[in-house]
Ligand binder design. Structure first.
Ligand code: FO1
Length: 310
């Protein structure tokens, strides 16, 4: 079946929204285009946290409480690495390491990241198509008062405590879209920007050469879903980033970041008073419940969004 829905996504909010659409429209209808800007090499292993979170969510394996990694994990390998003097600030569980071993070997054998994800999703029984936005390296770098930090050093090692002054995507201009990415954007009935962090999840996707242009070329809807509800992120440092990067920390602030590429903006009923300001930006505003922490709620959220767009 040709994919009908394409979703640009990263982080936990992104994976929950992909899950919501897959539950509502069927997994074969959905292509998820994932951020690779927070990919990192740990203990020699290639980790793709954002796409792995989507994979684990769809496979029913995610530690939903923590929002990353595999549920019911054990940490024997990491414990051994620690005793041997290895770096352990990035917590890798035993089951998660199994995935990183397979991926790293395939990459070293010359396979592209997109081909590796195709094999991993098939092996995991996941029927949503998962595409890394690029097979080339793109790395998100945060400028902070103490200097530049790569994404995972800022986010995990330093617990996103450093004030963010600017964000850049190293390698994005030279990176080409992975096979299928532009076709998925052009061919989808609806393209979604998931309720993910616009700076560190959606930003690195849009920065890959050709992706933003392909979105602008579309005549069909490009629908952004607010990652802020009542001015707060469900999880993560977005509120603080909006402020430190000079934006209004509200759904309207996020909508204004997307006004050039989106046609529709979905905001939660908690923010219904902001709908008129979103429309004043030239976007169609849709007010729908978008909090989907509970997996049982996701099908309803996905259905409501698709019905409102029909
Ligand atoms: N987030 C943390 O806060 N601490 C960790 O130790 C950590 C390990 C980790 C391992 C594998 C993985 O796929 C994700 C992991 N994350 C961890 C989450 C991840 O770094 C971030 O949530 C995303 O990169 C942000 O989108």
């Amino acid at each position: 079946m040709t994919a009908r829905l394409a979703v640009l996504c990263g982080g936990l909010g992104g994976s929950r929204f992909v899950d919501a659409l897959a539950r509502a429209a069927g997994p074969e209808a959905v292509t998820a285009i994932g951020n690779v800007g927070d990919d990192v090499e740990i203990l020699g292993l290639h980790v793709s946290p954002d796409l792995d979170t989507v994979l684990y969510t769809l496979a029913g394996l995610l530690d939903e409480e923590r929002g990353w990694g595999v549920r019911d994990e054990t940490y024997n390998a990491l414990g051994a690495a620690e005793r041997l003097g290895g770096e352990t600030w990035f917590t890798l569980g035993d089951r998660d390491i199994g995935l990183h071993l397979v991926r790293t070997e395939r990459l070293r054998n010359g396979e592209a990241l997109s081909a590796v994800f195709a094999a991993l999703t098939e092996a995991a029984g996941v029927r949503v198509r998962l595409l890394p936005v690029s097979d080339d390296p793109v790395r998100t770098v945060l400028s902070t008062p103490g200097g530049d930090l790569d994404f995972q050093t800022w986010f995990v090692r330093r617990r996103h405590q450093d004030h963010v002054l600017a964000v850049r995507y190293v390698g994005a201009e030279a990176a080409g879209p992975a096979p299928g990415v532009l076709e998925a954007i052009a061919g989808a009935e609806v393209v979604f920007l998931a309720p993910s962090n616009p700076f560190v999840s959606i930003g690195p996707i849009l920065a890959v050469a050709g992706v933003a242009e392909e979105l602008r070329k579309r005549s069909g809807p490009v629908v952004a879903v607010s990652p802020l509800v009542g001015g707060r992120a469900v999880r993560g440092p977005l509120t603080e980033m909006m402020v430190s990067l000079g934006h209004d920390s509200s759904a309207v602030g996020v909508a204004s970041l997307y006004e050039e590429i989106a046609s529709t903006f979905v905001l939660d009923p908690a923010d219904s008073a902001l709908a008129a300001s979103v429309e004043a930006l030239g976007l169609r505003a849709l007010v729908l419940p978008i909090v989907m922490v509970d997996p049982e709620r996701r099908q309803e959220v996905g259905r409501a969004v698709l019905e409102a767009l029909a």
